[in-house]
Design a protein around this ligand. Structure first.
Ligand SMILES: CC(=O)N[C@H]1[C@@H](OP(=O)(O)OP(=O)(O)OC[C@H]2O[C@@H](n3ccc(=O)[nH]c3=O)[C@H](O)[C@@H]2O)O[C@H](CO)[C@@H](O)[C@@H]1O
Length: 358
């Protein structure tokens, strides 16, 4: 049996595409090993999938000064040594890396062992871990055709984003009774991405009375970010993080307010959900979400509200407007050509396996 190592983590966005590949890899007789960090979200998300999980030491990408930054190079070196041992033991034919800092030691160790590495970039511009990993990689699979222009032509392949197949099979009605929601009243889903977004949470809570007068709301607040005083409010459901429910939440919603992480916006696009994007500001990131959001808005799929302008935005009026004009957004989304990212990446993996004679 051929073995593939999947790596990537730090946020759900860096894990989801890996998970999307697992059923197809298994169908085609690949033995799947996941290398992640000891504590990261990748460990939690792979837990129920019967995937062999190996943990290595990893640094953390901080955009601010912290004494921990001094220890990170040593952690990465330790991670490279651990990855080297693991790769020698598992002997994978290919490494597929979704990025995030945990992937870096794995990619470096793979280079020493001459194991081909395929990177995948979910955003318009390369994340720091992927940029650092680029010299060690054979190919970079990209989500947006525009990204390829900034990469060495021999390395870039446009595959799109592998999306979990469960995303397509959510039920519109399954959770209505659980939440005591009426099928007659429209549903607003609010998500701050895998980590939650405090600014979005505050904006929703400030305008909750106006919003609940018109919509039933499911609010994904992020870990330890829910508001205890609003627990019993009718028509308003708060959760820290939705795991198995997520496909149903997407299916049942009529409008979505969201951060602009790549997985989420593509899920909204394929599910044809009119949406208001509040991208993570450039001051707190490399600005990738702003670019994702602007591109989606330019295609007519989304409305963008900058994070800084959120406190002064009449969200309730905006959600209402997007809901009333939903047919216009849905029509634009129907025109989108979204590639089958799972199939395209599987093809790339097969090419490398065939070239290696496995
Ligand atoms: C803060 C940060 O670093 N954000 C980055 C991270 O976003 P983040 O980790 O938030 O990732 P995405 O928005 O891309 O994906 C979130 C995924 O988690 C799922 N989900 C979310 C909430 C929930 O309660 N349940 C659930 O299942 C969504 O359906 C989606 O599949 O990776 C993205 C992809 O590289 C980047 O574009 C983002 O800029």
């Amino acid at each position: 049996m051929r073995t593939i190592v999947l790596t990537g983590g730090g946020s759900a966005g860096h894990v989801m595409a890996n998970l999307a590949l697992v059923p197809s890899l298994r169908e085609r007789d690949w033995n799947v090993v996941y290398i992640g960090s000891r504590q990261g979200i990748e460990r939690q998300l792979t837990q129920n999938l019967d995937i062999q999980y190996e943990a290595v030491a990893t640094g953390k990408l901080r955009r601010y000064w912290d004494v921990e930054n001094l220890k990170d190079p040593f952690r990465v070196l330790k991670g490279v040594a651990q990855s080297y041992k693991l790769l020698r033991r598992h002997r994978p034919a290919v490494i597929f890396s979704k990025g995030g800092f945990v992937a870096l030691p794995v990619v470096v160790a793979a280079k020493f062992l001459r194991i081909p590495v395929i990177l995948h970039e979910a955003d318009l511009t390369l994340g720091l871990a992927n940029r650092l990993a680029l010299p060690f990689a054979a190919k970079v699979a990209v989500t947006f055709p525009e990204t390829a222009a900034h990469l060495p032509p021999a390395k870039a392949v446009y595959t799109g984003l592998p999306l979990r197949k469960e995303v397509f099979s959510g039920s519109r009605t399954k959770l209505l009774a659980t939440y005591q929601f009426s099928p007659q009243c429209p549903i607003l889903l609010v998500t701050g991405g895998s980590l939650g977004a405090q600014n979005i949470n505050q904006a929703i809570w400030r305008q909750l009375a106006q919003l609940t007068a018109r919509f039933q709301i499911i609010h994904l607040c992020g870990k330890e970010k829910t508001n205890g005083s609003l627990q019993a409010m009718p028509g308003y459901i708060q959760m820290e993080y939705a795991q198995d429910e997520m496909p149903h939440l997407l299916a049942m919603s009529d409008v979505v307010i969201s951060r602009a992480g790549s997985n989420t916006i593509f899920e909204l696009l394929v599910m044809k959900k009119p949406n208001i994007l509040v991208p993570l500001p450039a001051s707190k990131s490399r600005g990738d979400q702003l670019l994702n959001a602007q591109l989606f808005a330019s295609h007519g799929y989304s409305v963008v509200v900058e994070d800084e302008k959120l406190p002064s935005t009449d969200l309730s009026a905006l959600v209402d407007r997007v809901y009333r004009q939903r047919a216009v957004y849905i029509d634009e989304m129907k025109k989108a050509a979204v590639p089958d990212g799972v199939e395209a990446v599987m093809q790339l993996i097969s090419e490398y396996a065939n070239a290696a004679g496995v």
